[in-house]
Ligand binder design. Structure first.
Ligand code: NAP
Length: 297
C-alpha cells in the first residue's frame, strides 16, 4: 500500500474536544447549555443507531439532548406541530429530523418547516441557497466533514481538479459548492455520466458519495490522487456476517492513491462531530454570542 490513511476518527475526536471546550465557554456566558433536539419517527434500525450516537455525542460535548421518538404512524400534521414547538423553544438551538421518514410523510414539507437558524443539518433551502451563493450558513455535516479532513491533509485546494461522484442534496451538491468556494475545479458525476472511470481519472481529488459498494476501482484513480470515500454500504462478509464497506475498493485503490479515507473510520465520525459544531454555532448565533473559534474549513 502506498497511500497514507486519512484518520477521520482521530480528527473527529479532536474536533469534538474543541467543541466541548467552547461549549463550556458558552455555558458560562449564556447560563445554560446549547440544546439539540433530535426527532425520530418509526423504528428503522439504522436510524435508531444514528440517533443514539447523536444523543451520546451531544451529552459528551456538554450539550443538552432532547430526544423525540414518535411512532411510525405519526401524521405529517403532528410532526410539523412538533417542529413548530421546537422552533419556538428557547432551550432548543438546533433541530434535526432523522431521515428517512415513513413513506406517508413528505420529507421536504418537514425539513423546510425547521427554522433555518436552527437547521443544524443544513438541509433547508435557505441554507442550501446561502451555500450556493457563497455564504456559510449551516453546511450539511457530511460534506463539511469531508472538506475539513481534506484541508487538514492538503491545505490549499485552489486550482486542483476535484471529481465528486454523486449529486444528492445532502452530500454531492453541497460538497461541490464547498470545493468551488475553495477554488477547486469541480466536476460532478452521477448515474448518467459517460465513461465514469475516465472522468474519475482526471481528479487529483475524488469524492465517492454513491451508495454502491466498492464501485471506484484501482484503474479509475490517477496516481497520487486523494480519495474521500463517503459511502456506507453493508455487505456480506466471508464469515457469514455483514460488514461495512465504502464506495471505493479500498485495498486496491490504496495501491495507487496518495491518500485515502478508510470505511469505517474516515468520513463517518466527522458527520457527528460537525453536527456538534453546527449546534454550537446555532446556539452562539441565537444568543448573540461570538461564533466559536473553530473556523469553517
Ligand atoms: P443518494 O441520495 O442515493 O445519491 C446517490 C448519488 O449517486 C446520486 O446522485 C446518483 O446519481 C449517484 N449514483 C448512483 N449510482 C451511480 C453509479 N452507478 N454511477 C455514478 N453515480 C451513481 O445517496 P447519498 O445520500 O448522497 O449517499 C451516498 C452514500 O454516502 C451512501 O452510501 C450513504 O450511505 C453515504 N452517506 C454517508 C454519510 C456519512 O456520514 N459518512 C452520510 C450520508 C450519506 P443520480 O442522481 O443520477 O441518480
Amino acid at each position: 500500500m502506498t497511500a497514507s490513511i486519512i484518520d477521520g476518527k482521530a480528527f473527529a475526536l479532536g474536533l469534538r474536544e474543541r467543541v466541548a471546550q467552547q461549549v463550556a465557554s458558552f455555558r458560562a456566558a449564556a447560563g445554560r447549555a446549547p440544546g439539540l433536539a433530535v426527532v425520530l419517527v418509526g423504528e428503522d434500525p439504522a436510524s435508531a443507531v444514528y440517533v443514539r450516537n447523536k444523543h451520546k455525542a451531544t451529552i459528551g460535548a456538554g450539550m443538552e439532548s432532547f430526544e423525540h421518538k414518535l411512532p411510525a404512524d405519526t401524521s405529517q400534521a403532528d410532526l410539523i406541530a412538533l417542529v413548530d414547538k421546537l422552533n419556538a423553544d428557547l432551550a432548543v438551538d438546533g433541530i434535526l429530523v432523522q431521515l428517512p421518514l415513513p413513506g406517508h410523510i413528505d420529507e421536504r414539507a418537514v425539513t423546510t418547516r425547521i427554522d433555518p437558524d436552527k437547521d443544524v443539518d443544513g438541509f433547508h433551502p435557505v441554507n442550501a441557497g446561502r451555500l450556493a451563493t457563497g455564504l456559510y450558513g449551516f453546511v450539511p455535516c457530511t460534506p463539511l466533514g469531508c472538506l475539513m479532513l481534506l484541508k487538514d491533509q492538503l491545505g490549499d485546494l485552489a486550482g486542483l481538479d476535484a471529481v465528486v461522484i454523486g449529486r444528492s442534496n445532502i452530500v454531492g451538491k453541497p460538497l461541490a459548492q464547498l470545493l468551488l468556494m475553495e477554488n477547486a475545479t469541480v466536476t460532478i458525476a452521477h448515474s448518467k455520466t459517460h465513461d465514469l472511470p475516465a472522468v474519475c481519472r482526471r481528479g487529483a481529488l475524488v469524492f465517492a458519495a454513491v451508495g454502491q459498494p466498492e464501485m471506484v476501482r484501482r484503474d479509475w484513480v490517477k496516481p497520487d490522487a486523494t480519495i474521500i470515500d463517503v459511502g456506507i454500504n453493508r455487505v456480506s462478509a466471508e464469515n457469514g456476517k455483514t460488514k461495512i464497506v465504502g464506495d471505493v475498493a479500498f485495498a486496491e485503490v490504496a495501491e495507487v492513491a496518495g491518500a485515502i479515507t478508510p470505511v469505517p473510520g474516515g468520513v463517518g465520525p466527522m458527520t457527528i462531530a460537525c453536527l456538534m459544531l453546527n449546534t454550537l454555532k446555532a446556539a452562539c448565533a441565537q444568543n448573540g454570542l461570538p461564533q466559536p473559534a473553530i473556523p469553517n474549513p
